[in-house]
Design a protein around this ligand. Structure first.
Ligand code: F6R
Length: 612
């Protein structure tokens, strides 16, 4: 995710900015840059590549400079190139901006600025419009210009701006993206994340949504949208650097699980119109005729992304009425699938670099299919080679075990299903409306599942689970892929051998392994088969299995028939898998913690599998 650092004071700014950017490297980035005040001008240095490369490039040519801003960019709008790196400048190079977040209406603003106000743009980024917009309003008062510019902006932003005419002044604004002011003696700092500040100060003020900050070496003033000054308490940071990188959580995996409400919200942003409830994926460039004539979709992926694909198949067939085949990429590339016209391939890959998935993409394209990639990384190999790309905006995932990327892949597949269903007129409009409503409620419902109380319940359940060397996950219908993903996650980080079964299969073999007390996690969210799975649960209970059920509020029979139960907020059954995945992630997490495993870097595994 992008990182911001700013400094104003009496010390050399350059090493402070570079050091701060290095402290934010763990968040992932693809380019870096700084803007420094020198002799009444702004000097910009930026490039694709590492902060170390930028540091070398800067050398000691800016020794006397004491004010500047820096940024690490993780590409969203526009590829990771030198020109797209931040800071971005106004036409006259007198305003420089660093920005985290997304300017949603950047296209219309860009058009207005270019056509009506004569601005010329250098980059493909959404951020650059801010530099020009601020230039448009600048009349020797940077704070006022930023205030006016922001009024025209929709989206999320943490922004720091400097102007050539205001030598020691940093202006900041935030909406839905963090920004923290660090207080020093005769110097002040700003950063998007605490690790960048810790070497210099532990005294901070946190900017809230809709607030601006005017920062000089001696003064910090926070104000609201109307310019009213806001008093903010000083927050003393007690975390060490490692804890700060993990946002105070013990592991990146838990941090990323907790980020899921935001990750799904970002993925839906601009793709659902809240006022009409319409899903708009015109960004993908499909025509209605193309979607209507689809006869088959191949979904190809590996590991967790493959499990997302299995759920994709279930919902696309059920809701949009198109036949779907799902393959593990390493099998697809060697199994000689039958390619015909009117077929589409969808590849799913968080990293966009998985070798087998890339090979599957190439195979499908060689055989004349259009390929849609669902990926989290702009500029990745998969995104460059696919015909169309659906970006999940989960932000970089650092823990090896995928959590927030998986959940956003599911959201992408639900949006796609509704969109295809609408184009083909195969989706029941009432169902479409209900699913969209459930999707919009998702961030709130995820927050409920991630409450302190749920975390402590799941953690205490895992004290029992972690004593065992094997466990089962069972589910039917849409719950089955969730069971598969739950088992993978548990194996991967706790090293407990976990198997997932379609619950109806138990009596065809695995029931032989059910012994007194063995943990069985049952997903029970599908009304159409709830009687059936409750029957399967009885088969397990009769042999001594200890059943932990994950179900929806309103499934009242479940609690009487199992040892313990975890309730999810009630939603349409079709959308329940997006919620039920979360307790399974937490079960894996707490079981791994209880067993003292290396949660974020499990043995023998890598985050990105770029070899066959
Ligand atoms: C498991 C996990 C892996 C990945 C798989 C594919 O938690 O993360 O199973 O899902 O290696 O990776 P991507 O999505 O990067 O292609």
């Amino acid at each position: 995710m992008c990182g911001i650092v700013g400094y104003t004071g009496a010390r050399e700014a350059n090493p402070i900015l570079i050091d701060g950017l290095k402290k934010l490297e763990y968040r992932g980035y693809d380019s870096a840059g700084v803007a420094l005040h020198r002799d009444g001008c702004l000097v910009i240095n930026k490039a694709a590549g590492s902060v170390a490369d930028l540091e070398k490039k800067l050398g000691d040519q800016f020794n006397k400079v004491t004010v500047g801003i820096g940024h690490t960019r993780w590409a969203t709008h526009g590829r990771p190139t030198d020109i797209n790196a931040h800071p971005h400048c106004s036409c006259d190079n007198k305003i420089a901006v660093v920005h985290n977040g997304i300017i949603e209406n950047h296209q219309s603003l860009r058009q207005w600025l270019a056509d009506e106000a004569g601005h010329s743009f250098r980059s493909e980024t959404d951020t650059e419009v801010m530099a020009h917009l601020i230039e448009e309003y600048y009349e020797d008062d940077l704070l006022e210009a930023v205030r006016k510019a922001v009024k025209r902006v929709e989206g999320s932003y943490a922004m720091v701006v400097i102007a050539a005419g205001e030598p020691d002044h940093l202006v900041c604004v935030r909406q839905d993206s963090p920004l923290i002011i660090g207080l020093g003696e005769g110097e002040n700092f700003v950063a998007s994340d605490i690790p960048a500040l810790l070497a210099h100060t532990r005294r901070t003020k946190i900017l809230e949504d809709g607030e601006f900050a005017s920062i000089t070496a001696d003064r910090v003033e926070i104000s609201d949208r109307d310019g009213k000054v806001v008093e903010r308490e000083i927050l003393e940071i007690t975390w060490d650097l490692e804890a700060a990188e993990k946002g105070g959580y013990e592991h990146f995996m838990l941090k990323e699980i907790m980020e899921q409400p935001v990750a799904v919200k970002e993925t839906m942003r601009q793709r659902i119109d809240p006022s009409t409830g319409q899903v708009d994926l015109s960004e993908l460039g499909f025509t209605e005729a193309e979607l209507s004539s689809l006869e088959k979709i191949f979904i190809v992926a590996c590991g967790t992304a493959y499990h997302a694909g299995l759920l994709g198949k279930a919902i696309i067939e059920k809701v949009a009425g198109v036949e779907v085949e799902v393959d593990v990429a390493s099998e697809f590339r060697y199994r000689e699938p039958i390619f015909e016209k009117n077929q589409l391939a969808i590849v799913i890959s968080q990293s966009g670099e998985t070798a087998d998935t890339l090979a599957a993409l190439r195979l499908a394209r060689r055989n004349g299919l259009k390929v849609l990639a669902i990926t989290n990384v702009v500029g990745s190999s998969v995104s460059r080679e696919a015909d169309r790309v659906f970006y999940t905006w989960a932000g970089p995932e650092i823990a090896v075990a995928s959590t927030k990327a998986y959940l956003t892949q599911l959201v992408a597949l639900y949006l796609l299903t509704i969109y295809i269903g609408k184009a083909r007129r195969s989706i029941d409009p009432e169902l479409a409306g209900e699913l969209v409503k459930n999707l919009m409620d998702l961030p709130g419902n995820l927050k409920k599942i991630l409450s302190e109380e749920s975390l402590s319940r799941l953690s205490s359940y895992c004290n029992h689970l972690s004593q065992w060397e094997s466990a089962f996950f069972v589910g039917r219908n849409l719950d089955y892929p969730v069971a598969m993903e739950g088992a993978l996650k548990l194996k991967e980080i706790s090293y407990i051998h976990a198997e997932a079964y379609a619950a109806g299969e138990l009596k065809h073999g695995p029931l032989a392994l059910i012994v007194e007390g063995i943990p069985v996690i049952a997903l029970v969210t599908q009304k159409a088969v709830s009687e059936k799975i409750l029957g399967n649960i009885q088969e397990v209970k009769a042999r001594g299995g200890a059943v932990f059920a994950i179900t929806q509020e309103g499934f009242d029979d479940v609690s009487r028939q199992v040892d313990s139960v975890f309730y999810l907020p009630a939603v349409n059954d079709i959308l329940a898998p997006v919620l039920s995945a979360v307790p399974t992630q937490l079960i894996a997490y707490y079981a791994a913690v209880a067993r003292g495993s290396s949660v974020d870097k499990p043995r023998n595994l890598a985050k990105s599998v770029t070899v066959e």
